[in-house]
Design a protein around this ligand. Structure first.
Ligand code: AAO
Length: 464
C-alpha cells in the first residue's frame, strides 16, 4: 500500500559561479536539466569594472548587460535555452552600490566612470555619504545606520530611498525580466532598508522571485526576517549548523534538540552548504574536501527545510583569482558534462568543481521528487554515522567518520531491496538492477553499512 500523495518538495537550484552565459546554457541542457534542477543562479550580468578578480562583477559601472561573462545576446540566449531545459534563471542583482575604485576607469562595455559618477545613470547626489566613520565605510555591524548608510568596503552606496534611484533600479530589473529571468538574488540586501527593497520589488510583476542576501550575524540589529515580507532570504544559520556534525562526528538531532530558533520559516529560507563568499571565508566544508562536501550536500538535499541551492564554482588558491579568462578578460567556456563519478579528490587550481555532474546530486534530486513534502523524522545516531527518514518515503544515511560504521534505523518503508541513489544516481534503479549500492529494509528496519566518509539514500521509487 502506497502512502498518501504529498505535495512537491521545493525545486532545488544551483549557483554557477563565474560561468560564462554560453556555458551556463550548455550546462542547463547537458547537466542541470537532466539532473532535475529547477533553477540556476548566475553571477551578476551588469557591466562592471575591468580586472582579473572575480569580484569585479560586484562593482557595477552601468546597467548594461555586457560583462566578462558574456554579451546581452548571449545572456538572452542562455535564459531561453535554460527555460527550454526546464531550468529558470535567477540573476544576481547588484543594486546596493556601484564601484569602489577611487580612480576613474572604463567598464566592460566601454562606459567611462568615476567614483560617484556614472554618466547617464547616477551622479554624486544619488549616493550616501554617511559621515559616521572616518572614511564613510561600515565599521560596526551592530549599528543599523552604519550598515545601511555607510559604504560596504568603499563601494559607492546608492541612496535606495530616492525615487530617482529606485526608478533606475526598477528599469534594470525589468530589462532582465524582459529577457525571461524568473527573479533575482538581491546582493547586499542587508545594506538597503527592507522598505526600500520592498518599494523596488513591488513594481515588478507578481511571481518574480526575490532572494535577499541578508547574512545573519550574531548581535546584529538587521535580521533576515525583515526581508521575508516580499520574498525569500538566504539562511546562513542553516549552513553553519549543517556542517558542524560532519566535522565533529557529534550529531545533535535538530528535530529533537534544536527547534531552529535562528532560522526563518521554511518557505522563506534558501539553504546551502556554501556560496562564493563562504567558500572563501567561514565555510568549514567546501569542495576542497569533496568527500565531506558530498555528505553535506546529501544532507542538504535530503532535508525537509527550506529551498536548497547547490554551489558550483572552481578551485582556487588565491581568494581573489577569477575564473580562467582569455587575453581580453572574458571568462573562458567550461563544461561539466558528462556525468562522472562522485569526486573524491579536489579539482585542480582554476578547474570547475562540477558538482552538478556527480551522480549523487541527480540521485538526491530524484529523492526529493519521491519524498515530496514528507516530514523529516527524528534521526538515529551510531558513532559518527547518522540516518533520518522522510516519513515512510525515503531514508538518508551518512558516515562522517573515517572508519566503516553500520547504522540501523526503524522505517515505514516497505520491506525489500532498494537501490542507493548516492552511488547510483538518478537512474539508480535501471532494468530491475542497481547501478550502485543496494540496501535492505526488513521487518521495519533499514540497515546501512557505510564505509568511512560515504553516504547513501534510498526512496520508495528506488525499490527493486
Ligand atoms: C573588493 C575588495 C575590497 C575593496 C572593494 C572596493 O576586496 O578590498 O575595498 O573591492 O574596491 C565582493 C567581494 C569583495 C569585493 C566586492 C566588490 O567579496 O571582496 O571588494 O565584491 O568588488 C558583508 C555584506 C554582504 C557581502 C559580504 C562580502 O553584508 O552583503 O560582506 N556579500 C555580497 C557578495 C560579495 C560581494 C558583495 C556583497 C559586494 O556576496 O561577493 O563582495 O557586492 C559579517 C556580517 C556580514 C558581512 C560579513 C563580511 O558576517 O554579518 O553582513 O557581509 O561580516 O564583512 C561569522 C559571523 C557573521 C559574519 C561572517 C563573515 O559567521 O557570524 O556575522 O562570519 O565574516
Amino acid at each position: 500500500e502506497q502512502p498518501a500523495a504529498l505535495g512537491e518538495a521545493p525545486g532545488a537550484g544551483i549557483q554557477l559561479f563565474q560561468l560564462p552565459w554560453t556555458s551556463v546554457a550548455a550546462e542547463c541542457e547537458q547537466t542541470l536539466g537532466p539532473a532535475g534542477f529547477s533553477w540556476v543562479l548566475t553571477s551578476p550580468p551588469n557591466e562592471h569594472i575591468q580586472g582579473a578578480q572575480w569580484w569585479t562583477s560586484y562593482q557595477p559601472v552601468s546597467h548594461q548587460i555586457e560583462s566578462r561573462l558574456g554579451t546581452r545576446a548571449e545572456f538572452a540566449d542562455m535564459v531561453q535555452r535554460c527555460r527550454a531545459a526546464g531550468v529558470d534563471v535567477i540573476a544576481d542583482a547588484v543594486i546596493n552600490h556601484m564601484t569602489g575604485q577611487d580612480q576613474p576607469g572604463t567598464g566592460t562595455a566601454g562606459s567611462a566612470y568615476e567614483h560617484y559618477s556614472y554618466p547617464g545613470l547616477y551622479g554624486p547626489e544619488d549616493f550616501h555619504h554617511c559621515g559616521l566613520t572616518g572614511d564613510d565605510d561600515i565599521q560596526d555591524y551592530s549599528s543599523r545606520e552604519q550598515v545601511q548608510t555607510c559604504e560596504l568596503v568603499n563601494l559607492a552606496d546608492l541612496d535606495t530611498a530616492s525615487p530617482q534611484v529606485q526608478g533606475q533600479i526598477v528599469a534594470y530589473l525589468e530589462d532582465l525580466l524582459s529577457l525571461g529571468v524568473a527573479g533575482f538574488r538581491i546582493d547586499a540586501a542587508k545594506h538597503m532598508p527592507a522598505d526600500d527593497v520592498a518599494a523596488i520589488v513591488a513594481v515588478l510583476p507578481e511571481g518574480t522571485r526575490i532572494l535577499s542576501e541578508v547574512i545573519r550575524g550574531a548581535g546584529e540589529p538587521i535580521e533576515p526576517e525583515e526581508y521575508t515580507a516580499f520574498g525569500e532570504v538566504f539562511e546562513f544559520s542553516y549552513a553553519r549548523d549543517l556542517v558542524q556534525p560532519l566535522r565533529s562526528g557529534v550529531w545533535t538531532d535538530p528535530e529533537l534538540a534544536d527547534p531552529r530558533p535562528l532560522h526563518v520559516a521554511s518557505d522563506a529560507a534558501i539553504v546551502f552548504v556554501d556560496n562564493h563568499d563562504t567558500e572563501r571565508g567561514e565555510a568549514k566544508v567546501t569542495a576542497k574536501m569533496p568527500e565531506l562536501y558530498l555528505l553535506a550536500n546529501v544532507l542538504l538535499l535530503g532535508d525537509d527545510y527550506g529551498t536548497p541551492v547547490v554551489y558550483s564554482g572552481y578551485t582556487f588558491s588565491d581568494r581573489d583569482a577569477g575564473a580562467p579568462a582569455d587575453a581580453e578578460g572574458r571568462a573562458l567556456p567550461a563544461s561539466c558534462a558528462p556525468v562522472v563519478e562522485n569526486a573524491t579528490v579536489p579539482a585542480e587550481d582554476g578547474e570547475r568543481t562540477c558538482i552538478q555532474s556527480w551522480p549523487a546530486i541527480g540521485g538526491m534530486l530524484a529523492f526529493r521528487e519521491a519524498v515530496g513534502e514528507a516530514p523529516r523524522l527524528p534521526g538515529v545516531e551510531q558513532g559518527d554515522a547518522y540516518a533520518f527518514e522522510r516519513d515512510a518515503r525515503g531514508i538518508v544515511a551518512v558516515n562522517a567518520g573515517h572508519a566503516a560504521e553500520t547504522v540501523t534505523i526503524p522505517t515505514g518503508l516497505p520491506d525489500g531491496e532498494y537501490c542507493d541513489v548516492v552511488s547510483g544516481g538518478r537512474a539508480a534503479l535501471t532494468d530491475g538492477g542497481c547501478q550502485g549500492a543496494a540496501f535492505t529494509v526488513d521487518g521495519g528496519e533499514a540497515v546501512f553499512e557505510l564505509d568511512g566518509r560515504t553516504a547513501a539514500a534510498i526512496h520508495l521509487e528506488s525499490r527493486r
